[in-house]
Design a protein around this ligand. Sequence first.
Ligand code: SF4
Length: 206
Amino acid sequence: MSDLPYFVLDPTAHQEDTASKIVFSLERLSHLFRIHWWEQNKETDLSPLQMQILIALRFQPQLHAVSTIARYLELTEATVSDAVRVLNQKAYLEKRPSPEDARRHILSLTPTGTQMAERLALFANQIQAFVETLPHQGTVLESLLLLMASLQQNGFIPLQQMCTTCRHFQRVANGSQPYYCRLLDQPLAIHNLRVHCPEHEAEATG
Ligand code: SF4
């Protein structure tokens, strides 16, 4: 037997190990958006972070402060603040003082910023078209949400407002509707699972 350590990122070592092949695939998939953002950088002169901020503000306008965007993207406020300053200079977003605290700003997209955010976001629609051709999409979604919950609980990814990390989420023994939302008081079929729910409440820790 070899004493060499086993590396999941060594594709020649996987043999029958499905988990290793999934992790290897995730590593390859992790390049998908990164490569696209850098391609767009040549055309837009925006950094990938600036693009992510535009998209976040377009589709989640409630993240309208440097601090909330920083938490959402798991970055420091200083890093986000720099990117916001550039976006403001380029007239993609506006800053106005918060009514509660004049030292803080509320961020919102200008029409040009909205247009740019939507243009950038269309890339995800292209990817969706490929995903739609997959068999067993429900199983894929369920597995991804369970994996994300596990990674989040162990500190690898930021908080995501999804069913699998919600205190109202419950597994029940029912083949077609295996989950239940205690808040909405209704069963959840797999296609009902939410990746971003406004009613989400994080599970208590400790
Ligand atoms: S409140 Fe929302 S996130 Fe929580 S279990 Fe219900 S549907 Fe899912």
